[in-house]
Design a protein around this ligand. Structure first.
Ligand code: SF4
Length: 282
């Protein structure tokens, strides 16, 4: 049934990153796949799943920083060849005019992570060394120039929840904007909770300030609280295992268990509730 289908998956292909965001919740997972055939077989397995509830049509390549995976370009190309809508979630630091020309051949969406208007604040969060916002804006221009879809991802923390990001959002002009309440995942970002975590009230304050923003085509931003984010993502670990963040920590599942009982891995109501399936081809 269309309205009960899990259609997208986040594959955290690597945990390596050139940035050191304190709040990062993908610091330690299992080992990435470096054998091309093995990596392609993960994609083929995803393509072959067709159940009443699961029909994966879009792959989000996530990290870490996906550009640091040795097979990143091959994986993108293969996913495109297999008919998936492809999306990259990246800090954008490796994107330039030379490689976007290559990526654009087999990429539909580029998601850039920017949390603040201020280069200095991003550096304080560990995102880059002081030019993250300026560079991300340049990359957003390239993404538009190449007619790719742009998504903006914002993690809202204690350092930034009082900010007004209207100017940034309008300047980058994304097709989608998601703002996340900083999420604690046990064993990943324990150390920064006191410094960076925000309360539900503080997140609501941020939402109130931004909920009237309209994106390209009149699309509304999506705000994900900690509760929205837990159990609502279908994810693959670097080695290709199904994982969930249920209970605020990562747990891995056998692929067959996911196929036979997807609800034990992901809360399908929550998955659909956070607007996970949208018209991404448009
Ligand atoms: S850029 Fe992304 S993957 Fe890298 S440290 Fe920051 S949050 Fe983690």
């Amino acid at each position: 049934m269309k309205d009960k289908t899990l259609e997208s998956i986040n594959w955290h292909i690597t945990t390596k990153c050139n940035y050191k965001c304190d709040f990062c919740y993908v610091k330690k997972l299992d080992t990435e796949i470096v054998d091309c055939n093995e990596a392609f077989s993960v994609l083929e397995k995803l393509r072959d799943i067709k159940t009443d509830v699961i029909d994966i049509k879009k792959i989000n390549f996530v990290g870490g920083e996906p550009f640091l995976h040795p097979l990143f370009y091959d994986l993108l190309e293969k996913a495109h060849e297999l008919g998936f809508t492809t999306s990259i979630v990246t800090n954008g630091s490796f994107i330039n005019r030379q490689n976007i020309d290559e990526i654009a051949k087999y990429t539909d969406w580029i998601g850039l992570s920017v949390d603040s208007m201020s280069n200095e604040k991003e550096a304080e969060l560990g995102r880059g060394k002081g030019n993250h916002v300026s560079h991300a804006i340049e990359v957003s221009d390239l993404v538009h120039e190449y007619n790719l879809k742009l998504k903006l991802n914002t993690t809202v923390t204690k350092l930034t929840y009082k900010e007004n990001l209207h100017q940034l959002v309008h300047r980058m002009n994304p097709h989608r904007w998601k703002a996340f309440q900083m999420l604690h995942i046990e064993g990943q970002n324990d150390d920064c909770m006191e410094r960076l975590a925000i309360t539900d009230e503080q997140f609501k304050d941020f939402i109130e300030r931004h909920k009237h923003i309209r994106l390209i085509g009149g699309v509304k931003p999506v705000f994900e609280s900690n509760d929205d984010m837990k159990d609502s993502y279908v994810m693959l670990s670097p080695s290709g295992k199904i994982i969930s963040n249920s209970g605020g920590r990562y747990r891995s599942f056998e692929f067959d268990d996911f196929l036979s009982d997807p609800q034990s891995v992901v809360d399908i109501g929550k998955y659909l509730g956070r607007d996970a399936v949208y018209d991404w081809k448009k």
